[in-house]
Design a protein around this ligand. Structure first.
Ligand SMILES: Cc1cc2nc3c(=O)[nH]c(=O)nc-3n(C[C@H](O)[C@H](O)[C@H](O)COP(=O)(O)OP(=O)(O)OC[C@H]3O[C@@H](n4cnc5c(N)ncnc54)[C@H](O)[C@@H]3O)c2cc1C
Length: 322
């Protein structure tokens, strides 16, 4: 009999979060998929969820899911788990999902593997694959017990649609007495122009080799011309040059663009684990021994402060205007 896979699907505004579409794609390789959406707009997502292979949509539309942090969602998932006994519960590894999954596991007593890069069928159950030691080794963890939970890292799987009918909507009620201890006072969307770092097809990243935070402006210019996003190494994030949201790497974001341009970045393992999946890597560094040159497809040995402005001028002279 096909396994029952429950996927916690998040919404980002009126859209489904990209990581949730990735997780749905993985889920349908493992069994029959039911999605849970806890949002006032939940029912509107049925056609899209169907096109990612979900047969059923459990829709919770109460405002309390938005108003309170994690607890109402965890209580709802706990009661659904006790009723449906899914063979596996999958989440995208987001901040909200980590909170919710931890509470769910504590309530029902479920196995959790966080930050996995893959889930596979193994024997009669499942195993999660995680990357450790700067992605130099993979660990396979057999998932024990009923309804184990796995949080999959964004960009672990490429999201792909299938021809599927709209998911059948089943309304969920918020269980009586669900705790509501932590109220969300305000949600602020950081102002941003251009594509999101995790979704951009071109990423222009800067490191300590840029010498000064003001020099990030030239990366902004280049990224705008290439319809890309600006990323950064941890060294410059720690130095306060750019916000953490731009950090690429082990403790930052994982990106898989078509082109990754590393400007003045040495190529430490903790950085490269977050970008080595890019289709093409270009590095500019004045040190010909820099480790990034071992990884890149095209290496430019030289001063980033001269090369990037020259690249911007060349693109503009060819009529590229962003
Ligand atoms: C637990 C842990 C987690 C970490 N997580 C992350 C992470 O998520 N992301 C991350 O990035 N790092 C991470 N790090 C830090 C990582 O080890 C490196 O220290 C960091 O990536 C270095 O950043 P950088 O390349 O900008 O700086 P540096 O290593 O100082 O390199 C700067 C480079 O710029 C070059 N350069 C200097 N001037 C110029 C110039 N004018 N033109 C061209 N090139 C020039 C230099 O040759 C050098 O190669 C982590 C470390 C630890 C211990």
């Amino acid at each position: 009999m096909a396994k029952k896979i429950l996927v916690y699907v998040e919404m980002a505004g009126a859209e489904l979060a990209p990581v949730s579409l990735e997780v749905l794609t993985k889920a349908r390789q493992l069994g029959d998929v039911a999605a849970v959406v806890l949002d006032s707009q939940a029912a509107t997502t049925a056609p899209l969820l169907g096109s990612y292979g979900a047969a059923t949509l459990y829709a919770g539309v109460e405002d309390d899911y938005r108003k309170f942090v994690a607890q109402p969602a965890a209580a709802t998932l706990a009661s659904l788990t006790e009723e449906q006994h899914p063979d596996l519960i999958l989440f995208g590894a987001t901040y909200d999902a980590r909170d919710i999954c931890a509470r769910l596991s504590a309530r029902v007593g479920l196995t959790v593997v966080a930050n996995a890069t893959d889930v596979v069928a193994r024997g009669d159950g499942f195993a999660a694959i995680s990357s450790v030691f700067g992605a130099t080794q993979n660990v396979t963890t057999e998932l024990d017990g009923p309804s184990p939970c796995v949080l999959l890292r964004p960009k672990s799987v490429a999201a792909e649609t299938v021809q599927g009918p709209a998911a059948k909507v089943v309304n969920l009620a918020l269980p009586e007495g669900a705790p509501r201890g932590a109220r969300r006072l305000e949600s602020v969307v950081a102002p941003a122009s251009g594509p999101k770092l995790e979704e951009a097809r071109v990423v222009v990243s800067g490191g300590r080799g840029l010498q000064d935070p003001s020099n990030f402006a030239m990366l902004e210019d280049l990224a705008a011309l290439l319809h890309g996003a600006v990323g950064a190494s941890r060294a410059v994030v720690d130095a306060g040059w750019v916000p953490y949201a731009r950090q690429v790497g082990q403790t930052g974001k994982t990106v898989k663009p078509d082109v990754y341009l590393a400007c003045g970045i040495s190529g430490a393992m903790q950085h490269t684990v977050g970008m080595k999946g890019a289709k093409h890597i270009i590095a500019i560094n004045k040190d010909r021994e820099a480790p990034i040159f071992k990884l890149c497809d095209l290496g430019v040995i030289g001063d980033v402060l001269k090369i990037v402005p020259a690249l911007v001028a060349e693109l503009k002279s060819r009529g590229v205007s962003g």
